[in-house]
Design a binder for this molecule. Structure first.
Ligand code: ATP
Ligand code: MG
Length: 681
């Protein structure tokens, strides 16, 4: 099987010399040495790292225990069992007590460029202590779960850290989800208290979070689950610059009417909840394995899973991955564009950076508001040195042309991260050459909600990178590739990406459903954690994540990954986005069905289609050539921006039974796709 895109991915990009000089890990020899220690002596490796944190009690038993073998009983993972600590203490008090209270923890950048704020570690600590007391006075106790349905505002950080401080378990629901999706998550997590805001502007769009919450709470009540309290942040009136409302927004120019739908027995303003609370708040000292949060996966491949993470292992892991994957240094200004509602936001907006005492940007807006220059403007405004975003954003920004980027300085940038989907070599190269002026390191970080933090990633000062490859495993992570029979593939090859044993940040269970945890991740290949992704290992031991196992194609006995074909198609200058799926074929078994979004203003001509077929034949092989090419005005994506290929598979087959659509961002894209379906497929 042809796997290389000649001239593109064969090139190796060495770590920028300047970066390598002061890096935490500055050569592959050093990486190999640290990696070996992390595998051979995990207790020494992680034990040394644990010393940076505050422990009320050291571990009482084994530093690390697990079982991945169902024939030996229950699947479990434990790190530092019996040790006592507190996450918020380690993110805040530890730094303030060491004299760093005045350091900026977050520059908050609002949807409107004129709205901004800054928060120091000391201010955050103060606010967290006060809100912790407010939560306690509202009856929230250790182990209770609390739903957070909030915009990217400082109160979201305060609320999550306050939950951690009092040993409550936060369940954050992305503020773009519908009331149905919110209700499902409130119910599944048994949350009796919901924290939200009046609303938020995202670009030109007003999202009425409180109204959506009200509806969700009604849905919960109808299903026998009363939500006792809704705490509401008054966000809209404090904005300096209200965005003029566009015509199709319900409510016209009125941003939010507080008088409607206020349930005085249940609803409470955030500020009122803080009335009269004490400034002091002793943290709840919790066990290492005490749950920290639950978070639902994106729902790309099916019904979202409620992933549960615990305290100590997650803390060690996100802190360490943040430090090494971005090569974090105290002088950095770091910006992760992810919403805190996703795992990327949990691990790399809040916990990872704060545990390292980073100064970060927290961004409320979108890359395209008020213009497509916004990302680069924010980078220059705060002199961002480490930048972390998703391929979906990179592809969209690439579409706007190089000029938009080049008219901004970006001199502060050093490391450019990517996460969420496989990044096509085309987009990787654009990120490197245009955004990073060919002088920054690009780190393509592979991981999942379940893994807690990066599991396969380059280290910016050490790893020579290859566009499209997530490179090598992080410390403590032992990947393997298995074939369909569960036999291990040694050396170069392609198969199921699994992990042989746990690292500290791996999930502990599916909330309230340990059986689903065992069957989803451990049943297919007993003894291994199965990611559900496919990957290829090349001659240098580099890992190329090729996409979901479900998305693999078997054409006349040739195994193909959709990512490969997509990468070939997107090289065509007229293509802005594409998704490839398998469709049944009477002779070949499966055939290649491609959805193609063209660049703005480009017509969908027969000639273009011929060129695309040629491109795939050249880049991969004749047998991989698309059987069907369909024009796609838009692609179905999750709200985290990932293409939902399972929905496209159904559309390709003309099947209207589309499965769980609760995480679909824009239902409006579906009908046009049925209309443009290729005849005969
Ligand atoms: P669900 O599990 O509900 O189907 P999801 O897998 O999209 O949703 P997440 O945990 O948000 O939910 O995403 C993890 C997945 O994202 C990975 O399994 C992988 O498919 C993809 N992914 C993330 N980062 C990368 C990357 N750097 N390269 C390739 N794929 C990636
Ligand atoms: Mg997944």
């Amino acid at each position: 099987m042809a796997t290389h895109v000649e001239g593109l991915v064969d090139e190796v990009y060495l770590p920028p010399a300047e970066l390598a000089r002061g890096a935490h890990c500055s050569s592959m020899e050093q990486y190999e040495q640290l990696y070996k220690q992390s595998i051979d002596e995990p207790e020494t490796f992680w034990g040394e790292i644990a010393k940076q944190f505050y422990w009320r009690q050291p571990p009482t038993g084994a530093f690390h225990e697990f079982n991945f073998d169902a024939s030996k009983g229950r699947i479990f993972v434990e790190w530092m069992k019996g040790a006592q600590t507190n996450m918020s203490y380690n993110c805040l008090d530890r730094h303030v007590e060491a004299g760093h209270g005045d350091q900026v923890a977050f520059y908050w950048e609002g949807n409107e460029p004129a709205d901004s704020a800054r928060l120091t570690y000391a201010e955050l600590l103060q606010r967290v202590k006060r809100f912790s007391n407010a939560l306690r006075s509202l009856g929230v106790r250790r182990s209770d779960s609390v739903a957070l349905y909030m915009p990217m505002v400082p109160e979201l950080l305060v609320a999550m850290l306050a939950c951690a401080r009092i040993g409550a378990v936060h369940s954050i629901v992305f503020g773009g989800y519908s009331s149905d999706a919110l209700a499902d998550r409130i119910l599944d997590g048994h949350c009796r208290l919901v924290i939200t805001a009046d609303g938020v502007w995202r670009g030109n769009k007003l999202i009425k979070l409180k109204h959506i919450t009200d509806h969700a709470v009604e849905l919960c009540a109808a299903r026998g689950h009363p939500v006792e309290r809704v705490v509401v942040v008054r966000h809209l009136p404090r904005l300096h610059h209200l965005v003029p409302s566009v015509g199709d927004q319900p409510g016209g120019s009125e941003p939010y009417n507080v008088k409607t739908g206020w349930n005085s027995g249940r609803d409470m303003w955030w500020d009122d909840a803080l009335e009269g609370v004490s400034d002091e708040c002793e943290p709840e000292w919790v066990d290492a394995e005490h749950p920290l949060f639950m978070l639902y996966t994106s729902g790309s491949t099916g019904k979202p899973k409620g992933v549960l993470h615990t305290t100590a292992g997650y803390m060690l892991y996100v802190a360490t991955t943040f430090k090494y994957s971005f090569d974090f240094h105290p002088e950095d200004v770091y910006w992760c564009t992810a919403d805190i509602g996703w795992i990327t936001g949990h691990s790399y907006v809040t916990y990872g950076p704060m545990l390292n005492r980073a100064t970060s940007v927290m961004f409320e807006g979108t890359p395209f508001y008020p213009t497509g220059d916004r990302m680069w403007e924010v980078i220059d405004k705060y002199a961002v040195s480490k930048f972390y975003t998703a391929p979906t954003a990179i592809r969209a920004l690439m579409r706007l042309g190089d000029e938009t980027v080049k008219r901004h300085s970006r001199q502060s940038l050093k490391v450019l991260g990517s996460v969420g989907e496989p990044i096509n070599p085309e987009a990787w190269l654009w990120y490197h050459r245009v955004v990073g002026d060919a002088r920054c390191a690009v780190v393509d970080t592979f991981w999942q909600t379940e893994t807690g933090g990066h599991v396969i990633t380059p280290l910016p000062g050490a790893t020579p990178t290859k566009p499209g490859s997530a490179c090598r495993p992080f410390f403590g992570v032992q990947p393997a590739l298995l074939d369909e029979q569960g036999e291990e593939i040694h050396g170069p090859g392609e198969g199921y990406l699994v992990f042989r044993r746990p690292w500290p940040g791996i999930m502990r269970t599916v909330f309230g459903n340990h059986e689903r945890f065992e069957t989803t991740y451990f049943k297919k290949f007993n003894g291994f954690y199965c990611t559900g992704d496919g990957a290829r290992r090349d001659e240098d031991g580099y890992i190329w994540v090729t996409g979901r196992i479900d998305d693999m194609l078997n054409v006349s006995g040739h195994l193909l990954s959709t990512a490969q074909i997509e990468s070939a198609l997107i090289e065509h200058p007229d293509v802005s986005e594409t998704a490839v799926v398998a469709a049944p074929h009477s002779v070949k078994g499966e055939c290649v069905y491609c959805f193609v979004t063209t660049r703005h203003g480009v017509a969908w001509t027969e000639q273009l289609q011929k060129q695309l077929i040629l491109k795939v034949r050249e880049r991969i092989a004749p047998f991989a050539a698309p059987d069907y090419l369909q024009y796609a005005p838009g692609l179905p994506k999750t709200r985290s921006g990932k293409i939902m290929r399972r929905v496209l598979r159904k559309i390709a087959q003309g099947d209207r039974d589309l499965g769980d659509l609760s995480t679909l961002a824009d239902p409006g894209v579906i009908e046009p796709l049925f209309e443009h379906r290729c005849a005969g497929a």
